[in-house]
Write a protein that binds this ligand. Structure first.
Ligand code: ADP
Length: 616
């Protein structure tokens, strides 16, 4: 078996023979650590690499950072030492992270060796050890050596707070709950309420973190807690330094129902959602007003976040996305994200609205294509291009809400999504103008071509939809009604996803209240039970869509009522494998139909799985 490569990269090394510390004694080398040895070679452009040294790992007795105030005469300023046999190899890394990475990896690979108990933390130079002034190069080290694993065995300081919390390693920002004074030179200080970036949390007790000045070192992990979820700074809705009063002013100035922002609360590491509403309060509260909801955490080991009980999320972005679609206990759904400095003049607003308002004069209406949820769909011509025009029957759509959202929907743009060109809102009925797809609705297309669609095409169709959905997922946009009837087929058989997010504007009770028109057969258990929509509920629907594709457009659970379907789902039953469906594709469907949303794959993953089946 070949040795496995663990780390590789360019580092500097100091010549072991030369006495003088002249810059020319520091050489750039390409280091490779594998499971058997540490090698370094010279690499010059256009020349074959020349191996300059090889240290078998079994010979290594100590690996540690070098702590020295000696100026480093090469470009890489972060030294560490590798002690083997009776030699000292000094290696220089470009930064502290890189140094720690090498030291940790080397320690890990040599932890079972016959190791030194002590070592010299500073350089040997000018005939003595700079740390202890001993002149014997082989003199026993003057500091305790902590090999890998031992650092985590050093006793931990007393627990500051029994409610210690940390969860997945992906969550990188932590807040210190208490001050910590370094005990070892590899430690760094913690200052209460300050934030630290986690670099390595693989050790059970001592984590490596970076402070705001860039210092890296170990700290006891029980002294830190995760900053509420992952980094939310890049989200448009997050306003870092906005106070309660400023938030009220900003939101009131926007004067839109559901205008909201997330801001820092007065307490470190806690966030508040501020939302503007014009709705009258139940206790005679005056309105319009701004309501503030603290983002709360559960007491679990892996805390969940919530605004209103019962709707728990493992991160703040998930929580916000959910409440952008569901009020669920809030005074209103979070509709318009407001950020500081975003205030636009009415003229700019007008300009923007012009972007999505289509002039009726540019539009020619043609024959009927079909009839949908909101009314007739007509073919049309817009600036020389074929389009599909949805006419909105009076009373079928929550028009005001739709107009607010149309802007967002127009921004969501991807080659596998049916494009919304714009809207004509100046007349009644209102028109929505979409990209035209010649082969119409996917479900219908499959039914009409029964027996003639190839396996390759089936897979390609699923792949197209998964690609569009991966894009929506990454844009935090939930479709809510994914099904073959809501996909369209282009002339060259590309499948595009349509009607994303549109169910939110349906005013038909039959559609919204789990009665006849509610798409129960495409809905996940949490949507059926709690109305809890997410990208993972879209994944469930995608599983059903794949089933429709491989069943050539058949209706799922054809002979069963919605009630019967719910019952069989509760009993753990799922749709059976369609005759034309290959086993690996059916396995993906079953993965989409996992009871718990978190057990289902993401769309990105599904896309990759399907692409590998399609051998792309
Ligand atoms: P709704 O979403 O309002 O229920 P649909 O999207 O189902 O309406 O549209 C009804 C029918 O109109 C579809 O089955 C399809 O045949 C046709 N249609 C809708 N949009 C397009 C389009 N962009 N290109 C071509 N045909 C379309």
């Amino acid at each position: 078996m070949y040795p496995r490569v663990i780390l590789k990269g360019i580092l500097y090394k100091k010549s072991q023979q030369k006495r003088r510390t002249s810059p020319c004694n520091y050489k750039e080398r390409y280091f490779v650590l594998n499971t058997e040895d540490l090698t370094y070679s010279e690499r010059r452009p256009g020349k074959k690499p020349v191996l300059k040294g090889c240290i078998e790992l079994s010979r290594i007795k100590c690996v540690e950072t070098v702590r020295s105030d000696l100026p480093i005469p090469c470009e890489y300023k972060y030294p560490f030492q590798v002690v083997y046999d009776s030699y000292h190899l000094y290696v220089f890394a470009p930064d502290n992270d890189c140094r720690l990475k090498w030291v940790r990896a080397l320690k890990e690979e040599t932890k079972c060796n016959n190791l030194e108990k002590n070592y010299h933390p500073d350089f040997w130079g000018e005939g003595k050890w700079r740390c202890c002034n001993r002149t014997d190069k082989l003199a026993t080290g003057c500091s305790d050596y902590y090999p890998s694993g031992c650092a985590s065995k050093k006793p931990l300081p007393p627990t500051p707070n029994a409610e210690r919390r940390f969860s997945s390693q992906e969550l990188r920002i932590v807040v210190a709950m208490k001050n910590f004074i370094p005990q070892e030179f590899t430690d760094i200080a913690l200052h209460k309420d300050e934030e630290y970036t986690v670099i390595d949390c693989s050790e059970p007790n001592w984590w490596t973190v970076r402070d705001k000045h860039g210092h890296v070192g170990t700290v006891p992990c029980i002294y830190v807690k995760e900053k509420l979820s992952n980094n939310i700074e890049h989200f448009e809705w997050y306003n870092k330094n906005v106070t309660r009063t400023e938030a009220e002013e900003l939101l009131t100035a926007v004067d839109k129902e559901g205008a909201f922002m997330v801001r820092d609360s007065r307490h470190a590491g806690v966030y508040t959602v501020s939302v503007f509403t014009k709705a009258p309060g139940s206790n005679g509260e005056k309105y319009p007003r701004v309501k503030h909801y603290k983002i709360r955490e559960t007491e679990d080991e892996e805390p969940k976040y919530y605004l209103a009980e019962k709707y728990l999320f493992s991160s703040i972005p998930e929580l916000i996305t959910y409440h952008q679609h569901n009020a669920a206990g809030l005074i209103t759904r979070l509709r318009h994200c407001v950020s500081q400095g975003q205030g636009k003049s009415p003229r700019i607003e007008e300009l923007e609205s012009e972007e999505w308002e289509i002039d009726m004069e540019d539009l020619t209406l043609g024959e009927e294509l079909g009839s949908g949820q909101f009314g007739l769909v007509l073919q049309g011509l817009y600036r020389g291009e074929k389009v599909a025009v949805k006419t909105i029957r009076e009373g079928a759509m929550s028009e005001e809400e739709f107009k607010e959202e149309a802007r967002v929907m127009m921004k969501v743009s991807h080659p596998k999504l049916v494009r919304l060109y714009g809207v004509c809102t100046q007349q009644s009925p209102m028109y929505l103008v979409f990209e035209f797809l010649k082969n119409g609705c996917l479900a219908e297309y499959l039914r009409s071509r029964k027996g003639s669609v190839s396996q390759e095409t089936f897979l390609g169709m699923c792949l197209d939809v998964s690609e569009a959905m991966a894009y929506l997922e990454s844009s935090n946009f939930i479709h809510r009604d994914l099904a073959a009837r809501n996909c369209l087929v282009s002339e060259d058989l590309v499948v595009k996803v349509s009607d994303f997010g549109m169910t939110r504007f349906v005013l038909d009770d039959q559609y919204t209240s789990y009665t006849s028109k509610f798409p129960v057969k495409w809905s996940s258990p949490e949507v059926i039970r709690y109305n809890k929509f997410s990208s993972k509920s879209d994944v469930w629907s995608f599983g059903v869509l794949m089933w429709e594709v491989y069943s050539e457009g058949r209706l799922p659970y054809e002979c069963r009522t919605n009630g019967e379907v719910v019952e069989s789902l509760n009993a753990g039953l799922r749709l059976l494998k369609p005759r034309l469906c290959p086993e690996p594709v059916y396995q993906l469907m079953q993965w989409c139909w996992k009871e718990k949303p978190e057990d289902r794959p993401s769309f990105v993953l599904l896309f990759h799985e399907l692409a590998s089946l399609a051998d792309i």
